[in-house]
Design a protein around this ligand. Structure first.
Ligand code: SF4
Length: 357
């Protein structure tokens, strides 16, 4: 059995320098590697033409960039594109860098490119499957297959056709990003570092259901935006859909968020999927108004996309509009998020790691 190669994506310039020296190349090659990986975003070591051919061959014995071609691409009538990628992922939550092949599970994950005027947003996955078990989510239903390494997260940016046109990233694909904290934070470091993609943190939003200890670290250690999945303001009702409520109650999540400043560049938003007859009446709207009172934030109402064996439908347009208006007229900024890529099963809650077409 041939040993799995180590992926270069996700490594810092210092780590790349150590790799170069170990391969018998000059230390400055580390800087060149970072440029090829993160600025030019090549997909193979062979494309790194300012490194000698012998040097590239030496590196290729143990290393690879870490980008796989998509297994499938589906294109929506609205221009949204869903990519399916193979991944070998680990069930450990440590920074995945040097796993042994026997520790890895092969799986498939999805990334969704959403065009909007001159924006190209990539919705990336952080895990294969998910442990959190939200009842309305196709990813949650498939269980947990493993954490993506920082390389597998970054590879999604490089493998898509729009690699050099991407303007924004949202960690809203498969998985709970804060449950794979170290790898997600390493990917964010690469995306925002001067030596990396050089993106402003304002271009990145991480979406979480509120895994408290890691949420605090995210708020302390990153300057990127935050989106929290709420879906119900009442603890017992929320818990019936989202088991996380039992471990990390929403009220405590909001208490933590209130300790941080969102009046400047950094934004917090709250995602609220609307289920007819479950969370869409005046009582829920008023509870949200109380919950977010005085907090600089935005609430995004999301249409629910029906999945098999689930009792609720989406709320009607008129109910959603009334709900939105009630929040807005009581000081809570609220919008209805337009649904993208529904025909290719790429919308919120629909990602399942399978070909849809
Ligand atoms: Fe996991 Fe998010 Fe789906 Fe919940 S909604 S099961 S956290 S992927």
């Amino acid at each position: 059995m041939t040993a799995e190669k180590i992926k270069l994506l996700g490594k810092t310039p210092d780590e790349l320098m150590a790799i170069a020296i170990e391969a018998g190349l000059p230390g400055f090659t580390g800087k060149q590697l970072a440029q090829w990986l993160y600025v030019k975003r090549v997909r193979s070591i062979d494309e790194m033409t300012n490194i000698s051919k012998a040097g590239r061959e030496k590196l290729s014995e143990r290393y690879e960039v870490g980008v796989s071609a998509p297994l499938g691409v589906a294109v929506s009538t609205d221009g949204t594109k869903k990519y399916l990628f193979p991944v070998s992922c680990s069930r450990s939550s440590a920074l995945c860098a040097y796993e042994r092949e026997s520790d890895l599970e092969t799986s498939a994950i999805e990334a969704v490119m959403i065009p909007d005027d001159d924006r190209r947003t990539l919705c990336v996955s952080s895990q294969a499957g998910c442990k959190m078990g939200c009842r309305f989510c196709m990813t949650g239903r498939q269980g947990f297959h493993g954490n993506l390494s920082a390389a597998d997260i970054l590879a999604q940016f490089i493998a898509v056709d729009e690699c050099h046109e991407l303007t924004n990233a949202v960690f809203m694909g498969m998985g709970e990003p804060l449950d794979n904290f170290e790898n997600v934070m390493r990917a964010i470091e690469v995306l925002t570092a001067d030596w990396g993609f050089g993106w402003s943190p304002k271009r990145i939003t991480l979406s979480s259901i509120g895994v408290l200890p890691k949420l605090q670290r995210y708020l302390e250690e990153s300057r990127c935006h935050l989106a929290i999945s709420v879906h119900n303001p009442f603890g017992d009702e929320r818990e019936s859909m989202m088991p996380v409520q039992n471990a990390f109650p929403l009220q405590e999540v909001i208490r933590l968020i209130r300790q941080y400043d969102f009046s400047g560049q950094r934004r917090v938003s709250f995602e609220y999927t609307m289920f007819a007859g479950f969370n869409d009446d005046k009582r829920h709207a008023d509870a949200l108004i109380r919950l977010f009172s005085g907090l600089e934030c935005r609430v995004n109402l999301i249409r629910f996309h029906k999945i098999p064996d689930f009792p609720y439908d989406t709320s009607s347009d008129i109910v959603m509009e009334r709900f939105r208006d009630r929040l807005n007229s009581n000081g809570v900024t609220c919008t209805i998020r337009s649904s993208r890529g529904e025909d290719i099963l790429a919308a919120c809650g629909m990602l399942a790691g399978q070909h849809s077409k």
